[in-house]
Design a protein around this ligand. Structure first.
Ligand code: ZN
Length: 347
């Protein structure tokens, strides 16, 4: 049972908790919240309770914050943790009193000037600039860790922006919600293209670009053959040496810019080709078991063949023969491909 000293009764009394509308001035502005208050059960007067008062103050500040569009305590803590900084380290870096951030995160109200600065903390450019101007306020280790985080955040941002731009170029229809049989009924998915490329690059060492193009085509069409859905949402066009992902050069350039693959000249026997090397492992957790099975099947059946052999195979297919260069090959052609005869075990 909660008890407290009632100023009306001049006695220690039993208290009950009741939610009441409370209005107080916050920085000179009347502010109203619904808050739990302690009531004397004998006379009905409100009795001050430290814990409840604290909670109410937090609510009043939250209302004031949202009215003035100020960051909440939680938002400030999130901004700080994003960079792995302690409360003290961020205070020091910003040139504020040592416990300023600690107070804000505990609920104290920041002024507009500090709020404006805190909002910038979200931006890696602000952090990098701050490091170059005032990095000395941090220890060498703190500086190094913060710089690493900011640089990696910048890289992620660049990759994200690039990915969005490329998606708009490669598959403008999907922005309008249109996905046809040209993409196997899946909107182009840059991440899936990336992971499947990394997967083949790992499975087939010395993978040349033209061979990758055909393995992607085989995997997408094989999966469509069984499931009426492509793996990557890539569209394929007829090229002189066989089917080729639409905008293939651009897409490989994106993976290169993201530093997940490396393109290099390599001579294998009589051939010189541009080799795709993976710089990281594929992340396949977002793929279903049947999807990975398809990739394995394509790698085991065709991974050992050269780009020239795969090219010759594709030249026997109606999908390639009956089209002009640059023409898109719809996924429905998967049904007529002779390479898939026996692919799924049937005769
Ligand atoms: Zn009382």
């Amino acid at each position: 049972m909660r008890t407290g000293y009632c100023l009306e009764c001049h006695e220690e009394r039993e208290l009950r908790i009741e939610e009441r509308e409370q209005t107080f001035d916050v920085r000179g502005e009347p502010t109203t919240v619904m808050a739990d208050v302690a009531i004397c059960t004998a006379c009905g007067a409100e009795v001050s309770d430290l814990e409840l008062d604290d909670r109410m103050l937090g609510k009043l500040y939250d209302v004031y914050r949202s009215r003035h569009n100020l960051l909440s305590s939680r938002e400030i803590a999130t901004l700080r943790r994003r960079w792995g900084l302690s409360q003290r380290a961020l205070s020091r870096l910003l040139g504020w009193g040592p416990i300023t951030i600690q107070r804000y995160e505990a609920g104290a109200l920041q002024d507009n000037a500090h709020d404006a600065v805190l909002r910038q903390v979200e931006d890696h450019k602000f952090i990098l600039d701050l490091l170059s101007r005032a990095g000395g306020r941090l220890s060498a280790k703190e500086q190094r860790l913060l710089r690493e985080r900011a640089v990696s955040n910048r890289r992620d941002q660049v990759a994200y922006d690039l990915g969005q731009a490329v998606k708009n170029i490669v598959d403008p229809d999907s922005t309008a919600g249109v996905t046809g049989v040209e993409r196997g009924f899946r909107p182009f998915d840059l991440d899936r293209f990336k992971q499947v490329t990394l997967w083949f690059a790992r499975e087939c060492p010395g993978l040349v670009k033209t061979k990758l193009a055909k393995l992607l085509w085989l995997a997408d069409f094989a999966y469509f053959y069984e499931n009426r859905l492509s793996l990557t949402g890539l569209a394929y066009a007829r090229a002189p040496h066989g089917p080729m992902p639409d905008r293939f050069q651009l897409l490989l350039g994106v993976l290169e810019a993201e530093e997940v693959i490396e393109l290099g000249e390599e001579t294998v026997g009589p051939y010189t080709g541009e080799v795709v090397r993976a710089k990281e492992a594929p992340y396949m957790d977002d793929f279903q078991a049947e999807e990975i099975m398809t990739l394995k099947k394509v790698a085991s059946l065709f991974g050992g063949e050269s780009a020239a052999e795969l090219s010759r195979r594709s030249h026997q297919e109606r999908a390639w023969l009956e089209r002009g260069n640059g023409e898109i090959i719809p996924y429905t052609e998967a049904d007529a491909l002779s390479v898939f005869k026996g692919f799924w075990g049937e005769e």
